[in-house]
Design a protein around this ligand. Sequence first.
Ligand SMILES: CC(C)(COP(=O)(O)OP(=O)(O)OC[C@H]1O[C@@H](n2cnc3c(N)ncnc32)[C@H](O)[C@@H]1OP(=O)(O)O)[C@@H](O)C(=O)NCCC(=O)NCCS
Length: 203
Amino acid sequence: MINPMDTTDRYAPPRARTFTLNTPVLTTERLVLRMPVPDDAEELATIANSREIAEMTARMPHPYTYDDAVRYISAVQNGEVEGYVYAITIAETGHLIGMCAVENSPRFGGLQVGYWLGLAWWGKGYASEAASAVVDLAFRVTGTDVIHAGSRTVNPRSRQVLIKQGFEFTGLDEIDTVAAGRVAIERFRLTRETWLARKAGER
Ligand SMILES: CC(C)(COP(=O)(O)OP(=O)(O)OC[C@H]1O[C@@H](n2cnc3c(N)ncnc32)[C@H](O)[C@@H]1OP(=O)(O)O)[C@@H](O)C(=O)NCCC(=O)NCCS
């Protein structure tokens, strides 16, 4: 079992490359989540190129170019991103609509979930559907007891996505972002205990 919380013992996470290559395809009611591939670069650059998206994330630049997309996909494929990074696609059409990831985060000292969608895909419940799938994966295949998240204080949509998964607010913080400089964020966390209780309630 992977234990991303502990890098000192024999349960430490495998090297990043192994971790990433183990990213399994996830299916939900309307979505297929899979690793991004080089052929996604053009579509990724198109849907990611919005200031509204970049300013709500920590690392996305604006404008977001084709070269940015190629570099990011290559980094994921080369195992430079330690975690599960998913292209969110529409099951029926295969269209790429956004990205979702659970990554090791030095800031949070554990796993952090993040997501974004192309503007045309907002407001249809897709982010909640994708976030739920990757949160389930993270609790099922790692030994972590908690998953963290951060959302800008001016981002009610993202806050709502997290609260719907059972995440609870833990306090305010500040981060440096590529597109918006230093910004205030709300920190959230979901414990394994809460996740398990909610799963039991779904049955
Ligand atoms: C955050 C983001 C992924 C949400 O995508 P989405 O597909 O619209 O999300 P969902 O439809 O699953 O859920 C959005 C929720 O916010 C609610 N919402 C929308 N606008 C809102 C507002 N102004 N105030 C409060 N809630 C709002 C919706 O009603 C919905 O909740 P509900 O299902 O209970 O009705 C999308 O807006 C995005 O990509 N933003 C830019 C990047 C970003 O913010 N990433 C998150 C950083 S971790």
